[in-house]
Design a protein around this ligand. Structure first.
Ligand SMILES: Nc1ncnc2c1ncn2[C@@H]1O[C@H](COP(=O)(O)OS(=O)(=O)O)[C@@H](OP(=O)(O)O)[C@H]1O
Length: 371
């Protein structure tokens, strides 16, 4: 007795089975990709806005740094007067240039889990401080979801309303923190009241950098878009002969950190603001990221294992970017070569900022070592 031969499968059936398997595999791949896409950083559009991003204090009475910072701060501050801002710009994408919410955040590709929430933490400044590096590094944390481009909600797009703002945010699960960064908030007079009206509990992060280097970096950015602008030296002074610094130039005024901070302290207690050193973010990214994770109440997941120093770039980079297995450095608009500035002008600016820096160290309880 021999067993009956196995039933012959119909070739058409076989093909159908194979096709079904292939289809299922394709659906699975697509699903995984969508899940991945929802976590990759938003496309950053390198667009020139030609608009003031640093609307800030304008007080034309600065004597050029000889006045003690405490006096300077106690004087009335005509915030948001006309800023002589030479085509101040930013390389980041910006909603006010017509990018809709779907372009702002990859959340439109979201796989559907979670919900969009208003940010619980915001990187509010400072322009050219290292804000992009901080946000990109933070995105590695599984409990942080961040919108890639700068929403500019609390300065330029406030009239669009909170629902518009929320719509820009990526979806988050319970326990995850929603974040955004817009460096111009720090120097926007209305921003503290507006953020406080959204939530008094919002955690604020400010990346600060030596105001002189910051000003040069700011100028370098503008110069890269508008090569015909006057020299840094001529823009710095109201009158080169008297050595009077032009504090109405946004590149100068953004660096008067103590003044801007004063405005924030009318609405937020100091414990709700974390100051990150832009210099240390480069020399010891893991150390600064440790402080930020503590401040946000998160487990210290981002450590020195996540970084390597890229010799060509001259900056720390991520071994693996969020949602990727590849190393990732910031783009070429971050870490530009600065033009050489007349050392006398640099010294004059150092003298100008010194009292403000001292005041800032005193207010924050931290010596940033710029002097
Ligand atoms: N890891 C890493 N890679 C590249 N660049 C880094 C990094 N960490 C900090 N920085 C410094 O960030 C400066 C740009 O600051 P921001 O991102 O705040 O600029 S912006 O306001 O958003 O335009 C940028 O300023 P410049 O060097 O003047 O271009 C950098 O010095």
């Amino acid at each position: 007795f021999s067993p009956p031969p196995p039933p012959q499968q119909n070739p058409a059936k076989k093909r159908l089975l194979l096709l079904s398997i292939m289809f299922l595999l394709w659906v699975y791949t697509l699903y995984s990709c969508v899940g991945y896409c929802s976590t990759v950083p938003t496309l950053v559009v390198d667009s020139y806005r030609g608009k003031d991003t640093g609307a800030a204090v304008t007080r034309r009475t600065e004597s050029g740094g000889t006045e003690p910072a405490s006096n300077l701060l106690s004087k009335p501050q005509p915030w948001l007067a006309a800023s002589r801002d030479l085509l101040n710009d930013e390389p980041e994408a910006d909603t006010s240039r017509g990018l809709g919410p779907s372009a702002m955040s990859m959340s439109s590709f979201s796989n559907g889990s979670g919900s969009k929430k208003l940010p619980q933490a915001i990187i509010i400044g400072v322009k050219k401080g290292g804000t992009r590096a901080l946000l990109e590094f933070l995105r590695v944390h599984p409990d942080i979801r961040a919108v890639g481009a700068e929403p500019h909600f609390f300065d330029r797009n406030y009239e669009n309303g909170l629902e518009w703002y929320r719509e820009l945010m990526p979806k988050t699960l319970e326990g995850q923190i929603t974040m955004e960064k817009t460096p111009s908030y720090f120097v926007t007079r209305e921003a503290p009241a507006r953020i406080s009206a959204m939530s008094r509990d919002t955690k604020l992060i400010v990346v600060v950098r030596d105001p002189v280097t910051r000003a040069i970096s700011d100028y370098t950015q503008t110069l890269s878009k508008k090569p015909d602008i006057p020299s840094f030296e001529s823009l710095t002074f109201k009158n080169r002969t008297t050595g009077l610094i032009d504090t109405s130039w946004s590149a100068v005024q953004i660096g008067i950190y103590a003044k801007h901070l004063d405005n924030w302290l009318q609405y937020f207690p100091m414990r709700q603001i974390l100051f990150v050193s832009g210099e240390r973010l480069i020399s010891d990214p893991a150390g600064e990221l440790g402080r930020v994770q503590d401040f946000l109440g998160l487990k210290r997941i981002i450590t020195d294992k996540h970084f390597y120093f890229n010799q060509t770039k001259g900056f720390p980079c991520l071994k693996k970017a969020e949602g990727s297995s590849k190393p990732h450095c910031l783009g070429k608009t971050k870490g530009r070569t600065h033009p050489n500035i007349d050392p006398e002008v640099v010294q004059r600016l150092r003298d100008f900022y010194r009292p403000f820096n001292m005041k800032f160290y005193q207010m924050t309880g931290h010596d940033f070592g710029w002097d």
